[in-house]
Every structure is written in C-alpha cells, then in structure tokens.
Design a protein around this ligand. Structure first.
Ligand code: FA5
Ligand code: MG
Length: 453
C-alpha cells in the first residue's frame, strides 16, 4: 500500500496574501439561525458563520483522550517523551500539558496574536470554520500559545483537535489533532556552558515593533535569524530543538528512520523548518517548528527569553506508526477497530489489520453554476465538500473536481465532481448510494442555486 501524503503546510502558510472580503459588518445569511449553541455557550451568528451542524457534532469527541484510541496512544507517547527529555533539578518533568482547552477561539488568538497578517489566506472563510466574524474553531493548537505564555508558562504542550476546511481524501479530514509545544529559555539557561554570550544583539533597541506594522511574509523568509537575536543564540536554540524533535521521531519510529529538515515559513517563527520522514517511498511532512518571533514574546510580557515552538499532526504520526490507511478510521466506533489498540504496552504497538475491504461506488455530479459565478470566484469547492459531508458523512471516501469549463456562448461555468463512496465498516448498495447522491444533488441546488446537468 502506498500512502501519498500531500506536503501542504508550507504551501498553506506561504501562499501569497490576497485581500479578503471587506471587513465591514457582514450581512447575515437568511438561512443561518440567529445564534448557535456551542460547548454550552451561546454565540451570535453573522455573515461569517459557516460551521455546519455536522462539524459542531465533533466537539467534545476528544479522540485524543479516549482509552485505547490510537490518537490517545500517540498523545501519551509524545507527552512521555517530553517528560523524559526535560526534567528539573528535582527530577520532575518541566513540561505541563493542556489537552482539554476549548476549541472555540477568537480571531485574535488564532491569527492576530501570532502575527498572521490581516490579509493572509489562512484567515479566509473558505479555509476555516467560523462561528461568527470574531470567533472560530481553532485551525491550529498554536492558537493557545499567547494566553499560556502570558499566564507565566515557559515549557508546555497543548494537545487537541483542530478544524480546517479542506479537500476529502485518505489523509485529509476537516477535524484532525495537533500537539503544539513551546520552550522558553533565559540567557543563563541557554548559555549555561558559555557564560558571557548574549541572547540579543547589542545594537538592538529592545523596542516593540509597531503592532500595526506587520510586514509581508517575504520579509520573514530570511532563514538566518531575527534582527534582535544573536547568531549564537539562534544556532544553539536551533540545535536543541532539532535534537529533541529528531529524538521524538526516533522514539516513535525507531533509530533507523530516515528524516530531513526542510526550510519553510510560518508567520510566528523565524527561522522555520518542517521535519519530513521517509515513509513508503515518500517524504511525509510530520511537523512544523521554529524560533519564536520575539514580538510574540514581548507582547506576552516576556522580554528576557527566547524560545522554540513546534506543531505536529497526530493522525500523520499514527498512520505511520500503526499502518492505518485512511484518516476516517480515527472516527470509527467499530469495536473491530478500537479493540486492536491497547494502551497497556505503549512501546510495543501492533500494526492495524483491516477489518475488511468493502467495495467502492463512484458517481459523478455535474452542474452549471449560476451566471457570473466561477470556480474560486463566488464558488469554492470547499463549500461543496462541506455540503457533501453534511449529507453523506463518512460514506464518502474521496471527492475530486474532475472537470470545469466555461460555455463559450452562455458564459456559464460547469463543474463536475467525482464522488467515491465507500463505507469503512459495511458494504454500500448501489441503490443506497444513488439515494444519497440524489440528496447531494438536490442540496446543491438549494444551497448554491446550481442547475444539475
Ligand atoms: C501549523 O499548523 C503550525 N501551527 C505548526 C507550528 C507550530 C509551526 C508552532 C511553528 C511553530 P501546519 O499547517 O503545517 O502548521 O500543520 C502542522 C502539522 O499538522 C503538519 O506538519 C501535519 O503533520 C499536520 N497537518 C496539517 N494539515 C493536515 C491535514 N489536513 N490532515 C492531517 N494532518 C495535517
Ligand atoms: Mg505544514
């Protein structure tokens, strides 16, 4: 079996910025309810609201905390590794762990606090699940970084599920899990063996950059260092971070695992890297990391330290470790799946044995978009993927946009999606698939005003 896991992080963060819809008060869509009940709190909706009931149903599932679940096993392996890697003088773990934080966060937490520019594509409605213009389901666990640092923490891990609007295939799911970490050190700690060296350049004024003056991403692509840091400090911190992360990789996958570091860009770290491991004939990106931007620390009230941060995808690690072929399996409640994993022996993990192979059914759906609307200009494939998820749930294995064209006379655009249906736990009948396919078609007509071809 070949698992082709798409390397997507760098592309996501580096994509050129594009102006978002005007930030004036958004119009409320006539179909959305005036308020939403999420995790016991009530939120007003507005024109940004795009969470679906299906997506909201994942809140509280906490697969990363469920006994014997492979994601919970991965969480424990990561946490145990960090407990062992960093201890204080009394032998107690230095890192604290936060794995029950509310996934409803503000735009400030998810983006602004992390210096993500106001016009960055990662903020778009087509990429995130918004509750309203101010609140969304976190798109990465990094969203909690600033509140925890401001609360005085300097070594911590955050584990939880994150929500992103994305395509549908065996390695992408709208909800997946991440573990994020931050480690801060002072000069005395970093240069324990080299007293006299400094964290900050002598010439650096120490002033906080104007918070409104967030530079475009290209200015932060310089992999050498941030202007405020000394090269010695950055190199030593980079060495410690890479050593620890390679250690984690070897702890999980064995000492012979092939890995490589790839330069990348994140708005909140500089320099930044991705760690890729070689798995089934492919390089697979497992985490992003880097030296934390000093503005973030300063704004959190930390002036005399520097730090590293990273974020890792738990499903990616678990798919490799257990040989799990499809990301939907993590949501299976089938005892045939869950009974294969046991937390009792965290270091002697079994490979996944397929419950059974059920046949696929493939159906195409073609429609004309309303006049003046084109793919990615008024119609986003992610909107269609969400609709399919809402109607068909996990019966859908994959969707591909297989054809699009513009009629030369009418000027109307046509799209064709190929939908592959396959249930993870039972055989679907063609009649059942046809019925669901019809429901998707009629929901598309209702939601997007399209004309089925
Ligand atoms: C981030 O989310 C950054 N917040 C990570 C980070 C934290 C960088 C702190 C620096 C400092 P990225 O979008 O690349 O980056 O996602 C991080 C990891 O999550 C990826 O390496 C991958 O393992 C996993 N991941 C990303 N997208 C998906 C997806 N659609 N499905 C499954 N796993 C994913
Ligand atoms: Mg990435």
């Amino acid at each position: 079996m070949i698992l082709t896991l798409r390397v997507q992080g760098a592309r996501h963060w580096v994509k050129s910025t594009r102006c978002l819809a005007s930030s004036a008060a958004p119009e409320k869509s006539p179909s959305s309810p005036p308020q939403l009940e999420v995790n016991g709190s009530t939120y007003a909706t507005d024109g940004w609201t795009n969470v679906t009931p299906k997506i909201l149903s994942y809140l509280g599932a906490n697969k990363h905390l469920q006994t014997d679940h492979p994601l919970s096993i991965i969480r424990q392996r990561i946490v145990n590794y960090f407990y062992g890697a960093y201890r204080n003088q009394r032998g107690n773990p230095l890192f604290s762990v936060y794995d029950k934080l509310n996934p409803v966060v503000t735009v400030q937490q998810n983006f602004d606090n992390l210096l993500i520019p106001a016009d960055h594509v990662s903020r778009q409605k087509s990429d995130c699940y918004y509750i309203n213009q101010q609140q969304l389901l976190r798109a990465h666990t990094t969203a909690h970084q600033v509140e925890l640092i401001s609360g005085g923490l300097d070594n911590f891990l955050v584990v939880g599920e994150v929500y992103r609007r994305d395509e549908i295939d065996s390695t992408h799911y709208p909800v997946f899990h991440q573990a994020d970490a931050v480690r801060l050190v002072t000069k005395d700690k970093l240069f324990e063996r080299n007293p006299g060296l400094e964290l900050f350049e002598e010439t650096w004024s120490g002033s906080l950059a104007d918070p409104k003056l967030i530079l475009p991403s290209s200015k932060f692509m310089d992999q050498t260092k941030q202007p405020c840091h000394t090269l010695e400090a950055v190199k030593l911190m980079e060495h410690e971070m890479k050593h620890v992360l390679v250690g984690l990789t070897k702890d999980l996958f064995g000492p012979r695992i092939k890995y490589r570091w790839v330069d990348t860009y994140f708005p909140f770290t500089q320099p930044s890297w991705e760690l890729e491991i070689y798995f089934k004939d492919n390089w697979l990106e497992v985490l992003g990391c880097g030296i934390m931007r000093h503005e973030i620390l300063q704004r959190s009230g930390v002036h005399q330290s520097m730090g590293y941060a990273f974020g890792v995808g738990l499903e990616r690690l678990a798919m490799v470790l257990f040989d799990i072929p499809d990301i939907r399996l993590f949501w299976s409640n089938d005892s045939g799946f869950l009974s294969q994993f046991s937390e009792k022996d965290l270091h002697n993990l079994p490979k996944y044995k397929p419950i059974s192979h059920y046949p696929q059914c493939t159906n195409d759906l073609s429609f004309w978009l309303p006049e003046d609307i084109e793919v990615d200009a008024g119609f986003s494939p992610n909107d269609f993927y969400d609709l399919v998820r809402s109607v068909a749930g996990d019966m859908v294995e994959q969707i591909n946009l297989v054809d699009k064209f513009k009629h030369p006379k009418t000027g109307k655009s046509s799209v064709c999606f190929r939908i592959v249906y396959r249930h993870m736990e039972r055989t679907l009948t063609q009649a059942e698939v046809n019925e669901i396919h019809k429901q998707i078609a009629s929901a598309s007509v209702d939601s997007f005003n399209v004309q089925i071809r």
